[in-house]
Every structure is written in C-alpha cells, then in structure tokens.
Design a protein around this ligand. Structure first.
Ligand SMILES: Nc1ncnc2c1ncn2[C@@H]1O[C@H](COP(=O)(O)OP(=O)(O)OP(=O)(O)O)[C@@H](O)[C@H]1O
Length: 239
C-alpha cells in the first residue's frame, strides 16, 4: 500500500434528491489523525459509515485498508460478556488472544476490570473498553464517531489524552468525527470542515503538542474553523 490509508475521489452519496456527499475528495495518510467538523446534518457520519463499510457509495472511488475499527458515541458492549470477552469478541479463542486482550485493557487502565460485567462500569470506563476493543485488532484505520460526546467534561479530557497517547503508540490512520472545535484542534494532525457535501477546509495543524487552548495560535485556528462552521465569535461580531 502507498502512504495513503484512505483514498476517496469524487465520492457521492445521495438520499433521495439530496447529495449528502457530492464529489468529495480526501486522502488520509498512514498514521495521520484527521478530524472532521461540520454542522449537524452535513454528512459526517455518512462519510464515516462509508469508510467503515456500513454503507455504500453511489459513485466515486473508495479505497480503505482491510483492518478498520470503529468507536461510536456509545460503547455498544455485549452485556452478557465480561469485559475481557468484549475486548476480544470475534477474535480466535485461546491464550494468545486473551493475553493481547489483557494488554489492551492495561493500555486503557482497566486491567483490573477484565472479569467485570459491562453493567458495572461507568460511562467513561465502558468507553475505554470500547477503545481497547478497537485497538486490540491493530487497525490501519480507526474511525471515531463522536466518542467523547456522551462523557462529562473531566472524563472527556482524560479520554482525549488517552486517545492521543494510544494513537501515537499504535499509529493507525484516524478519522475523528466531532462537533467540538477545541477537541479537533487539540488532537488532530489535520482538520477538515464538511459543508454541502465537500470539504471546504482542509488544513494541517502545526501547533506543538501538548496543545494549549489559551495559545493565541490555537485561538486563531479555533476562530477560523468556527467561521467555516458559520459561527462567529463575539469579538468579531461586536461593533
Ligand atoms: N439512511 C438514510 N436515509 C435518508 N437520509 C439519511 C440517511 N442517513 C443520513 N441521512 C441524511 O443525510 C444527512 C447527513 O446525515 P449525517 O448523519 O451524515 O450528518 P452528520 O453531519 O453526522 O450530523 P450530526 O452531526 O447531527 O450527527 C442528514 O440530512 C440525514 O438526514
């Protein structure tokens, strides 16, 4: 495979008369973290579903790696399986798989919860199990569909740090769908804004890590992205 993990050309997805994705082009390189912003209904989840293989395009080229996993907004654990079995669900049974599953749980800080039932976990813990389940397969493409949106503010920040750290270890290509501009700027190597079926912004983020929302360069990028989303800050709109 060449350096692109995701290669989309002239991608089309229509629902009825409406082209939700309209001649969309996008490449995501191996190991690159791409955050996708866009107003509600702009087609972010539609694009993610196409990359996951959960939906079909109406036209264009879609090239994605075979090993790709998804973390959704809700953890989607199997209630009748213990935590470790949830992490390794669908993988060949045996000691080696259990061992890799335990390693993944250690990475997300939940080694001691291997034998717990999903119902006993907090929302943040359950989402960390979902992350372990996604990473244990060593995906070339990790698809994140607003994975932090249902978490409280503190848990969300911790989870963002965890995802940032683990992505640097595992180096999948990442597509993060989010509404949260600060989250996109904190985490991503590149950020795009989807509007009317196309990427109206596609920008590399060159800020040093860890990124500080109080940094003027962070704030400037935030303002530009908000403007692309149709939101103007008070400073810019006041007379
Ligand atoms: N299966 C479907 N049938 C008909 N219309 C659909 C279908 N899936 C999505 N749509 C429409 O496509 C548009 C884009 O939806 P999508 O869920 O991709 O948006 P989104 O950017 O992820 O929105 P949000 O941020 O609110 O989750 C919406 O207008 C939605 O109603």
């Amino acid at each position: 495979m060449n350096a692109a993990a995701v290669h989309l050309r002239a991608l089309e997805r229509r629902f009825g008369d409406r082209a939700v994705l309209d001649s969309l082009d996008l490449d995501i390189r191996r190991g690159e973290f791409f955050a996708l912003l866009g107003a509600s209904g702009s087609g972010k989840t539609t694009l993610l579903r196409l990359l996951a293989g959960l939906d079909r395009a109406d036209g264009g080229t879609v090239l994605v790696p075979k090993v790709r996993t998804v973390v959704f907004q809700e953890p989607r654990l199997v209630p009748s399986k213990r935590v470790l079995a949830n992490v390794t669900v669908g993988m060949p049974r045996g000691g080696a798989t259990r061992e890799t599953g335990r390693e993944a749980l250690t990475e997300v800080g939940l080694a001691s919860h291997a034998d717990a039932w999903p119902a006993t976990l907090s929302g943040g813990e359950a989402q960390r199990v979902a992350l372990a389940r996604a990473l244990v397969r060593e995906p070339e493409l990790l698809l994140l569909d607003e994975p932090f949106a249902a978490l409280d503010a503190l848990t969300r920040l911790r989870m963002q740090d965890l995802v940032e750290r683990l992505c640097r270890v595992h180096r999948p290509a990442v597509l993060l769908v989010t509404h949260d501009v600060d989250e996109a700027v904190r985490l991503a190597d590149r950020v795009g804004v989807l509007r009317e079926g196309r990427l109206i912004t596609d920008e590399r983020i060159t800020l040093d890590r860890p990124r500080d929302p109080a940094d003027p360069a962070f704030a400037a990028l935030r303002s530009r992205l908000l403007a692309d989303l149709g939101v103007h800050s008070l400073e810019e709109t006041s007379p």
